[in-house]
Ligand binder design. Structure first.
Ligand code: UDP
Ligand code: MG
Length: 311
């Protein structure tokens, strides 16, 4: 099989040489073991780096392909650029990070699962001892919140995964602009497998995902997968309306026993009733916007796994 490794790089000049060295060694041994074809490639996508990442990529040998994006377009877009480049040229593509946090030795297991028929193989972290307390917990909260809001993601899986050429073809049918690959890939379905690996420390440099980018990433993930937040407004409106009847009763009682200052009953009732009605109205409008949103994304309606035709 022809294997492409797709690696987005943003200011990774400190990591690239070591990553390339280790991947080349891995490729050599895989070729020797006849597990992959010698036309296999490593594809680096320079995501608008400010350092000399691109110069380094350009000077690598024959096995390395470089793609330079016009500016920093974000990890997910850079990854997609690489995967779409690999599509049609390989039998399977593995996406990974440039910082060697994803265990390169897991590639053997990825290929085994592919040979057993899996179209998508997810790399799942068996532990994250090497991550800082902060990173570990924010990352776990990230997965939990995502799932709570209806974006189904694979627990503890980042973007270390193998996709067969067929899975890449299906991925290319997703047209959305707000790209959240971790949520989209599970939507493809087909036969999948998981491979466990230990997450290592970043080889050099620092994380390109500071808290701010991570929060944005999570918000993107949630809002491009679910309209649950809109529904929340609707139900909140419903709740406020129900409460407003209780307030109404309370205000009337206070009025009847003669303790209300003049005008108070009317004001308090209007505030609660109107607030509830307004929120319901927003929720209803939101529902329609949500529908428009999913129409605009124009996702494929179905993905065929198999067709058997009798000749
Ligand atoms: N990356 C990218 N564009 C960005 C941010 C990150 O291409 O805007 C790349 C980065 O070079 C790395 C991968 O995405 O190869 C994952 O980033 P990082 O390792 O910094 O994230 P972390 O592992 O800390 O979550
Ligand atoms: Mg990393």
């Amino acid at each position: 099989m022809i294997l492409y490794c797709v690696i987005p790089c943003f200011n990774e000049s400190k990591c690239l040489k070591e990553t390339t060295h280790r991947l080349n060694t891995k490729f050599d041994s895989l070729i020797k073991a006849k597990k992959i074809n010698s036309r296999s490639k490593i594809v680096y996508i320079d995501d608008g780096s400010k350092d000399d990442t691109w110069t380094i990529i350009k000077n690598f040998g024959h096995r390395i392909i470089g793609i330079k994006l016009s500016r920093n377009q974000g990890h997910q877009n850079a990854l997609l650029a690489g995967l779409m480049y690999a599509r049609g040229k390989c039998d399977a593509a593995i996406s990974m990070d440039a910082d060697l946090q994803d265990d390169i030795d897991a590639i053997d297991n990825f290929i085994d699962e592919y040979n057993k028929g899996a179209e998508i193989v997810y790399g799942v972290r068996s532990e994250r001892k090497k991550d800082s307390f902060f990173k570990r917990n924010t990352a776990l909260a990230f997965y939990k919140i995502m799932n709570l809001f209806g974006a189904q993601t694979i627990y503890n899986h980042a973007d270390y995964r193998l996709m067969s050429n067929r899975a890449l073809e299906e991925l290319s049918r997703f047209n959305e602009v707000n790209l959240f690959l971790r949520g989209i890939v599970p939507l493809i379905g087909l036969k999948t497998a998981t491979v466990k690996y230990k997450r290592a420390e970043r080889f050099a440099g620092e994380s390109k995902y500071p808290l701010k980018k991570m929060i944005n990433f999570a918000l993107d993930g949630i809002t491009s997968f679910s309209i649950k937040p809109i529904r929340l407004i609707f139900f909140l409106g419903l709740a406020v309306s129900i409460v407003s009847f209780l307030v109404l009763a309370y205000a009337l009682i206070v009025k009847l026993i003669g303790q209300a200052i003049s005008g108070w009953t009317f004001t308090i009732c209007s505030i609660w009733l109107l607030g509830g009605i307004q929120m319901i109205a927003l929720g209803i409008i939101g529902e329609y916007i949500g529908k428009i949103y999913s129409e605009v994304k124009a996702r494929p309606h179905y993905i065929i796994e198999e067709i058997k035709e009798n000749k």
